[in-house]
Design a protein around this ligand. Structure first.
Ligand code: SF4
Length: 339
């Protein structure tokens, strides 16, 4: 299969005049004949919507599950992590922009076609406990994730999405039965910031977090703190309150340091102090598990009831797990997670 080959997409509708409406993400692009959607990975060809990136792996690694980050989901396990190019958002500070914005105009030589069956053989050979659809935006390679997820489920291997959460309701309806865990990146708690810096809308992301949680999928949240963009106390407190009230007090929240990227390099890295301040706002609001990302010093899990250290980590590497069947060995409290 060459890059020129295409796979008919799922989740779209034909419109008059040869246009199509893509229903994969909350942009709901209306795409005229010959054109592509915002993600640049779905194209209307002759009135039919095609996925352009199906099977074109741009990254595949065996990672600790903690790297996703997921800290309360099979800690210490390995997750086969893969990506196709593309994203439906255009975050100014994207930390993976070289692969999320890669498409056929940039560097086709990097793209290698690998059928889902071949990836799955690798997953089995490496004895991964989960497959993580990650690095770029898995929603825009949804068809591939669906095929692979069905294979995984049959073998008891878990499926993990690391996503911006801007998928459509229709996509979640189709995919939630196959999804075991997700880390959703809530990038700000201000719709104007979302629209200006990412091209997406806050409410759609919040609604999808609630849907994922209600479906019984294990959910953790990440926020990359960018100085002057999303680090004011009002946004931090608003986001923490949303997590507490809508997703639950034991939902883990990963607050990460931002580092300057090639196309967004005028703002310096997030000061460590800013991350600790945000963590303490989240704790005051009532969240039980808050972690710092892209820095050392706040990666361990503590019992929210007696403060016993439960899982020790060195950044993304688990050092010791003291949980006893998901319970605190000191006070016996059940700790939220999939252990
Ligand atoms: S996945 Fe989203 S961005 Fe891409 S074509 Fe569909 S609606 Fe548009």
């Amino acid at each position: 299969m060459n890059r020129e080959d295409k796979k008919e997409a799922k989740l779209w509708q034909a419109l008059p005049d040869g246009r199509v409406r893509c229903e994969l993400c909350s942009h709901y692009c209306i795409i005229p004949e010959g054109k592509k959607g915002i993600c640049k990975e779905r194209q209307n060809i002759g009135g039919i919507l095609y996925s352009l990136n199906f099977g074109h792996l741009i990254a595949a690694h065996l990672d600790p599950i903690e790297k996703k980050p997921l800290y309360h989901f099979l800690p210490g396990s390995s997750s086969f992590s893969l990506a196709m190019p593309g994203c439906n958002l255009r975050c100014a500070w994207c930390q993976n922009w070289d692969i999320s914005q890669a498409n056929e105009r940039n560097d086709p030589s990097r793209l290698k076609y690998v059928p889902p069956e071949d990836v799955f053989k690798q997953v089995l050979r490496l004895k991964a406990k989960s497959i993580a659809y990650t690095y770029t935006e898995p929603t825009v390679f949804f068809e591939y994730t669906l095929e692979l997820s069905k294979m995984a489920r049959e073998e008891g291997i878990k499926n993990v999405y690391v996503s911006n959460g801007f998928m459509s309701e229709q996509m979640l309806d189709l995919y939630l039965p196959w999804l075991d865990a997700a880390n959703i990146d809530i990038k700000a708690f201000d719709d104007a910031v979302y629209r200006k810096y990412t091209g997406a809308r806050l409410q759609a992301v919040l609604d999808n977090c609630k849907r994922i949680k209600e479906a019984g999928v294990w959910l953790e949240v990440t926020t990359l703190l960018v100085p002057g963009v999303n680090d004011d106390h009002k946004q931090i407190e608003g986001l923490a309150t949303f997590i507490l009230q809508e997703l639950g007090e034991e939902t883990p929240w990963h607050i990460s340091r931002y580092f300057p990227q090639a196309q967004f390099n005028k703002i310096g890295a997030t000061p460590v102090k800013t991350v600790f301040e945000a963590m303490s706002i989240g704790k005051c609001v009532g969240l039980k598990h808050i972690y710092a990302g892209n820095m050392s010093g706040a990666a361990d899990t503590y019992c929210p009831y007696c403060e016993t250290a439960l899982i020790l980590r060195d950044r993304i590497f688990m050092q010791e797990n003291r949980l006893e069947n998901g319970h605190c060995p000191n006070c016996g409290s059940k700790i939220a997670g999939v252990w």
